[in-house]
Write a protein that binds this ligand. Sequence first.
Ligand code: DC
Length: 224
Amino acid sequence: MLRIAIDGPSGAGKSSIAKAIAARLSIVYVDTGALYRTVGYFVRSRGFSRTDVEGIISCLPHIKIEVRYENGAQHVYLNGEDLGDRIREPEISMYASAVSAVPEVRAFLLDTQRDIASKNSVVMDGRDIGTVILPNADVKIFMTASNEARALRRTKELIAKGMEANYEDVLREMIERDQNDRNRDIAPAVAAPDAILFDNSDLSVEESIEAVLSIIREKGGKTV
Ligand code: DC
């Protein structure tokens, strides 16, 4: 079993890179942000504001989340429904960040994440994978890029998905979300002491994939 943890702020390229690594190594890619997005989606659909902690907690007993892999791609089902790209909307990003600061939400999603990693070799991306979810991961990478590079990538990604996005709004919301994620009391988005810091501001996706693969080869030893 090989467990690779990739953490870092939004737009650092974690998901594209982790997906490619998983395909190259024939292991499972787990996008943990999708779980927080799914909870955020439900909370919003129930009409709660994202600052309403009691409201967020009251939603949890009504949420059943399942992660399934279909043709190698992760699908998250909320009460039996695959929400697809609806969880990628910018408003849901803000909800995801807000619900993720609530300890009850993190506890609610813990088993789902650990369960997948106990049954499969994984590359898992998120904010607390190396610190909380998989503290014994074989390889831990903390991926970053400049604010400008990340906001530009995120804007392009949203537009490619057919959503409305402008760079200034994306940059502002991204900085707000990073601050929430980094400064929260529980499982803040910080690098594990044994994580390798990887800044890819000036690298293409292909170059980043190669660089991460060589880190994995070095750190993962014989398992890769
Ligand atoms: O990776 P993402 O942008 O899809 O994540 C959405 C939000 O979920 C992010 O702002 C913080 C939260 N999150 C988290 O707290 N822990 C994780 N392991 C993954 C995401």
